[in-house]
Design a protein around this ligand. Sequence first.
Ligand code: SAM
Length: 251
Amino acid sequence: AGSLYVVATPIGNLEDLSPRAARVLGDVALVAAEDTRHTARLLRHLGIMPAMLSLHEHNEATRVEQLDARLAVGEDVALVSDAGTPLISDPGFVLVRELRARGRRIVPVPGACALVAALSAAGLPTDRFLFSGFLPAKGGARRARLEALAERDETLVFYESPHRIRATLADLAVTFGERRLVLARELTKAFETFLDGSAEALLARMAQDPDQARGEFVIMVAGAAPRSADAASVIAADALLTAMLAEGVGV
Ligand code: SAM
């Protein structure tokens, strides 16, 4: 049987497509793409013209049988999205879940991913982070989501579009106050920018320079500092242990 290759494509800079990705896209019988016209441009740039099929959130479930039939006769298939790594805030999860359940071979071909690129250059802790994708579009749901994350001590990572960046920063200002944010904009592109500061400071910056509100964004928020109550209880436990040791209590 054939394999499904899950192929990452660039998030802006075409040089970020790996040689392996280019080879796989040229070798497979079929490329399933989020937007075939968009992917056709990339493939033309590579000088390859494989057969293509659209796979997006509205037809993903119905594509499973079709693609599985191709794999069953021994053909290899590649899955790509418009930018970056498929399945990461992009279509493909249903397909991968269903094909894996059927025992098909699924091979990742890694490459660009906006959240990883953003974290790798932001200077916020990366040992633990919480990626929360796109926030809800509606204000109430968005604020509730942020509120639910307010106490997390990992670095928080969100995706955002230019349409909502200001509204989201305004909500971040309410929930996170003076907490440090890093905003990565237009990664790997000509106007790549990293801005650093509180949500309010970033909004002020956009008011001054509206270009800063254009393009694609990864928002990163420093995790919550340990609460002072927790810090106080650690100190108390330490004092108790010291006292017990001084008394010769076995521990
Ligand atoms: N699958 C993609 C990945 O691997 O990063 C993400 C796709 S998601 C539909 C698109 C969002 O990713 C954008 O709204 C933005 O938040 C983020 N993004 C994609 N490309 C970006 C870039 N060049 N600079 C900053 N953010 C980017």
